[in-house]
Design a protein around this ligand. Structure first.
Ligand code: ADP
Ligand code: MG
Ligand code: MG
Length: 908
């Protein structure tokens, strides 16, 4: 992808339909910079500017500011000169000053991670020049007060004193609005704005101890370095961690001539999407504000208006505004500025076709001229991701391979979350209506501050609006509600990006941070109260509302079909009950890769027989107890086989240490003694006997079957009899019997002998047979090394990567909570190996095991049944190793199907 560059430039210019860079240079120029260059190249009107590369950011982190400034200063000066020429204004000049914006931009867009400074270059002298050149005093002072506001918080670090406080500048603004009895910032007079500038400077001096910088070059370098510094700010670090982006990417800095949306009624600014980022629907949409600048739309300063007529009418319906009022007070851009709208519509079309993906764009209108300030592949929900990819495929804009690769398998998880039960929804009381900012269903307890989202297991973050500081809490909360802001507000954009349900702009909500209350419709809610939110309709609902399982349909089902056409590996499921098996079937699993038999024994009516078996002192006693267990286990298998309708089912023989089954409390031990007519002390002795120092390395797995073969006999009998019974129903099951925790070939040989012997007896007795196979779970390092020996006798291998990871690292899964988080934080481990397969270490054993197994047994069936079977990067590894199938929990089956298709596609 990345074009190799050997010109050693630190600064790349763009503008005037030309550019040094292009879209292919995202790594070097950041996403924003590369796309500004690309737009300029393809003739989209972009204000001229330049990009300082991400490499400079990395150098800055290594060498410090002096060395870096000295090196890049000549290039920066030359680039400023070139903007000056195009714009016919001079940076730092008092009479005809060039004003610029300084914007950050990493390789991938990190919404709000690093803040932009607009109108840079203004001071008490140059403002006079601006007034003289434009004849617009109001605009000049509005720009100046905005500049001080942004620069002071972004570069000088001025923040609210506590989280309950508003931004100090906003406080001054609100105060002045109250005093002047006005509601909108557009109603400020020149005098008001001058007062604001004066008050702002004052508070900066008071709070930071430093005067506001007046020299434009000092302002510029301050802003550039602040962008670099923000790469290592807490928010950016958190976002990188969340998405697994490396630290050494760095961010680029974009410096660009200002265009002004705050020059009057013929000016404005907005944000738009080529398709619906929430649902994926193919409709151009977005929001704008007249006489506004920069983030006004996103920050929810005023209620933004819709760009299209259709969008405007949809919005008015939700907001319960009559058509007449809508037309007058909230006209769409399409109605208000039809020429500009037409031009914008053409650009969005051109950009979507050019990038072959849904675009998220920013634009500004300066006195009737349209400028595009940004385009990027738009963040979207999981549902929109699927619909857009499938639609673009149908429209012929992309091919099947690209469509499949557009899917982030992990994000499908959103589509597998519960949705509101339509019946419960009918009865639910709607307390307020907001905008359907990010679809989904969420029920939880109210919190008002992002850093308190962890207070409850299910929390709903309720805010007037959100800001970049809130991203971490938004990620933890189950859903997000804001009183202000539109469909492109910070809350809405971030929520869609992380797939969180969000209702924005619910204007009826009165939120009081200090008292921690939410008042709406005469009712007062407090922190901890339950509410539900429907991100698909914008409804905020009273209390808890019941949910139900989602289903595969529409584009999602089409995607699954497409995946199966490309996938080479089968996707099976891990299921211990008929219900799990059925869910997995509905998600497209074509077999069970792991049925754990022990879970069946924990149910109340069975645990007794199980304990009796364990406590028995003689084989005879044990066999007696096993006889009681047999019919129960047989009927369990019947249920599972029936649910799987003839698809292969792998059943693992008893695995956990017996100790897990016996009672540890005195009361239950007493009960057991009475039940079995034995003394309490003998129960106690037996329990004590079963106690182990390292149960995970103790008497478990095939060590049980080898010491108590009668358990293996009973289980084999139950499996095969169940299969025989189903055969009568017309369902042909070919059970795959799996021996756990094998380390030496003899362990397997002896268990297999018991299984085969039992099968012979069962078939003879029932005068009927079924096909069955016997294989092993590969989960000890030794087994993978002697795989060639084992494979001589085994029909299949299934890598149990949970135990294999545990034994390869020597990390106890049950105790790793004490050190793994610290290891991850310190970078000793890059990822939790129990979550993401450690390809470097454990992966070698898997490769060796598979290779050696197939050397002595060509065509050996190999699969994986650990948690990793549903994790996309691990699925990719399984393909590389040449596995026949992956098996994962039911809700991960669709994710694994797409991951398997991608793995096959990207292999060659
Ligand atoms: P973010 O990454 O947070 O979106 P941006 O750098 O894109 O930050 O900008 C913040 C806001 O300022 C956007 O609305 C953008 O369109 C606007 N903006 C940035 N540069 C300019 C400029 N040169 N002229 C006018 N508006 C600008
Ligand atoms: Mg932007
Ligand atoms: Mg295991």
């Amino acid at each position: 992808m990345e074009t190799l560059i050997d010109n050693n430039l630190s600064v790349y210019t763009f503008g005037n339909k030309k550019a040094d860079g292009s879209r292919k240079m995202k790594n070097l120029l950041g996403g924003k910079g590369a796309n500004l260059a690309e737009m300029s190249r393809i003739g989209i009107p972009v204000p001229p500017g330049f990009t300082i590369t991400t490499e400079v950011c990395t150098q800055y982190n290594e060498e410090g500011k002096d060395a870096v400034i000295a090196r890049i200063e000549p290039e920066v000066r030359a680039a400023i000169n070139s903007i000056e020429e195009t714009m016919g204004a001079m940076f730092g000049d008092d009479d005809n000053p060039l004003l610029i914006s300084v914007r950050s931009g990493a390789r991938v867009s990190m919404p709000g991670m690093m803040d932009t400074v607009l109108n840079l270059g203004l001071n008490d002298e140059s403002i006079k020049g601006v007034i003289k050149m434009t004849g617009n005093e109001r605009f000049a002072w509005d720009s100046y007060r905005r500049f001080i506001q942004m620069y002071s918080s972004v570069v000088m670090g001025l923040k609210p004193e506590s989280k309950e406080d508003l931004d100090p500048f906003e406080e001054i603004i609100d105060h002045l609005k109250d005093k002047r009895r006005i509601e909108q910032d557009t109603q400020f007079t020149v005098q008001d704005l001058q007062d604001l500038v004066y008050d702002f400077k004052d508070i900066v001096k008071k709070r930071t101890g430093k005067p506001f910088p007046t020299n434009p070059w000092d302002q510029l370098w301050g802003a550039i370095l602040a962008v670099f510094d923000s790469w290592n700010g807490d928010r950016a670090i958190y976002y990188r961690k969340m998405h697994g982006y490396p630290e050494d990417w760095g961010t680029a800095v974009n410096v660009q001539a200002m265009v002004f949306g705050n020059m009057g009624e013929d000016s404005g600014t907005g944000v738009c999407f080529t398709r619906d980022a929430g649902t994926g629907e193919n409709v151009f949409n977005g929001e704008y504000l007249i006489n506004a600048q920069g983030e006004d739309v996103v920050a929810g300063v005023r209620t933004p208006q819709q760009i299209t007529l259709l969008g405007s009418q949809r919005w008015a319906k939700l907001a319960q505004i009559e058509e007449e009022e809508r037309k007058e007070k909230y006209p769409s851009l399409e109605e208000l500025m039809p020429e500009i709208y037409k031009e914008l519509f053409e650009y969005q079309n051109k950009l979507e076709t050019h990038y072959q993906d849904m675009q998220d764009m920013e634009f500004t209108i300066q006195q009737g001229k349209l400028w595009i300030l940004q385009t990027r592949n738009g963040k979207r929900t999981g549902a929109a991701m699927v619909k857009i990819a499938m639609d673009l495929l149908k429209e012929g804009l992309i091919d099947e391979k690209i469509a499949l690769n557009r899917i982030e398998p992990r994000k499908l998880d959103e589509l597998l979350h519960p949705i509101f039960d339509p019946e419960a929804l009918e009865d639910a009381e709607v307390v307020a209506q907001g905008l359907p900012a990010s679809p989904g269903a969420a029920t939880g307890q109210i919190v008002f501050f992002a850093d308190e989202a962890e207070k409850y297991k299910n929390s709903i973050l309720v805010r007037i609006e959100t800001s970049p500081e809130d991203v971490e809490g938004m990620n933890i909360a189950k859903g997000i509600v804001t009183a202000r802001g539109g469909m492109t507000s910070h809350a809405a954009v971030v929520a869609r990006g992380i797939g969180k349900c969000c209702v924005s702009g619910a204007g009826a909500l009165k939120i009081n941070y200090k008292n921690r209350t939410l008042t709406v419709g005469g009712h007062e809610y407090h922190e901890g109260d339950w509410i539900s939110i429907n991100g698909s309709t914008g409804n905020i609902l009273e209390g808890k509302v019941a949910t139900k399982e989602p289903e595969l349909s529409g584009e999602f089902a089409e995607l699954m079909k497409l995946s199966d056409a490309y996938a080479q590996m089968e996707v099976r499921t891990n299921a211990d009950t008929p219900k799990d098996a059925e869910i997995a079937r509905s998600f497209g699993a074509t077999g069970i890769g792991l049925t754990r038999t022990e879970h069946m024994f924990f149910e109340v009516d069975r645990i007794k027989a199980m304990r009796e078996m364990i406590l028995a002192d003689t084989i005879k006693g044990r066999k007696q107890a096993l006889k009681e267990l047999l019919p129960m286990q047989r009927s369990d298998f019947e249920g599972i086989f029936r649910a799987m309708k003839g698809y292969p089912v792998t059943v693992r023989l008893l695995d956990p240490p017996l100790h897990e089954f016996v009672p540890h409390q005195l009361a239950t031990q007493k009960e057991l003694a009475e039940d079995l007519h034995i003394s309490l002390s003998s129960v106690k002795t037996k329990v004590a006997e079963l106690e182990e120092f390292n149960p995970m390395l103790g008497h478990r797995g095939c060590r049980l079957g080898n010491t108590y073969p009668e358990i293996t006999e009973m289980q084999t009998q139950a499996i095969l009899e169940a299969a025989l019974n189903l055969k009568k129903e017309g369902i042909n099951t070919k059970p795959e019997i799996m021996v756990p925790l094998v380390g030496t070939v003899e362990e397997f040989i002896q268990q297999k002998a018991v299984i085969d012997q039992t099968a012979e007896e069962v078939f003879k007795r029932r005068k009927d047979t079924v096909e069955y196979s016997v294989g092993t779970m590969m989960e000890t390092p030794r087994a993978t090394l002697v795989a060639d020996e084992i494979a001589k006798y085994a029909d299949f291998f299934s890598f149990g990567t949970n135990d294999l990871t545990q034994m390869t690292f020597g990390y106890s899964r049950d105790d790793s909570g004490k050190f793994l988080p610290i290891y991850l934080q310190k970078g000793i481990l890059k990822a939790d190996p129990f979550e993401i397969l450690d390809q470097e270490g454990v992966g070698q054993l898997i490769e060796i095991g598979t290779q050696r197994g197939r050397e002595s047994h060509p065509g050996l069936k190999v699969g994986i049944c650990g948690e990793h079977g549903g994790e996309p990067s691990s699925v990719g590894f399984c393909q590389k190793v040449g596995m026949n199938y992956v098996s994962c929990s039911p809700f991960r089956v669709p994710i694994a199907r797409v991951a398997a298709a991608q793995a096959a596609l990207n292999e060659n």
